[in-house]
Design a protein around this ligand. Structure first.
Ligand SMILES: [Zn+2]
Length: 191
């Protein structure tokens, strides 16, 4: 009996030793590899510049302003309104505000009846757009006055040449919407 006990003990010890040895070996055989894409050297003089491609998805929430973008998808221009009776600002806001800038009450939504007709307050031609602008250049950026609004929203004129006081009509990109502010724009309005 005493002999057997000794044998078992020895076996356990041997097994443990082997296991430790294997683990160490596994780590040693793994070699760290570069799994990226090799960059391109654009220039070396006067200093090295490389082209390092990056792909990024920016996850952006519209939060309480989501109804504005839902409206654009349906061909509706929606504005926010302060529901506080004591608030001095009774006009509508576009771009929408989640909370009233004057009294901080949570805003309510109002849909502007179609057709939405406005007047060009001012305009500028964008020739060199910054990175991230998803409109072909040159394009007309227009600030449009709308009745009942506290703001003069900025957008773009899809076609035609703007002038101050020009009547324009809101149109919507409901087919293949971008789900951004670019989904509404202005076109010249003729009765
Ligand atoms: Zn208010």
């Amino acid at each position: 009996m005493a002999k057997k006990k000794v044998q078992i003990k020895k076996k356990i010890q041997t097994k443990k030793k082997v296991q430790i040895k294997k683990k160490v070996q596994a780590k040693q055989t793994k070699e760290t590899k570069f799994i990226g894409q090799v960059t391109k050297i654009r220039q070396t003089e006067p200093r090295t510049v490389i082209e390092w491609p990056r792909a990024m998805t920016h996850v952006h929430t519209y939060g309480l302003l989501s109804p504005f973008f839902e409206g654009l998808r349906k061909g509706e221009l929606r504005a926010t309104l302060c529901p506080n009776n004591k608030c001095p600002e009774k006009r509508l806001w576009i771009p929408p505000r989640a909370h009233c800038p004057d009294c901080h009450t949570e805003m309510i939504w109002k849909t502007l009846p179609n057709p939405v007709i406005g007047k060009i307050y001012t305009f500028t031609q964008v020739v060199y757009a910054g990175i991230g602008i998803e409109l072909s250049t040159p394009y007309w950026q227009v600030d449009v006055e709308l009745p009942g609004l506290a703001t003069i929203p900025k957008s773009y004129l899809l076609r035609g040449e703007p002038y101050i006081g020009m009547k324009v009509k809101a149109e919507f990109r409901t087919k293949k919407p971008t789900n951004t502010i670019l989904d509404y724009y202005w076109v010249p309005y003729q009765k």
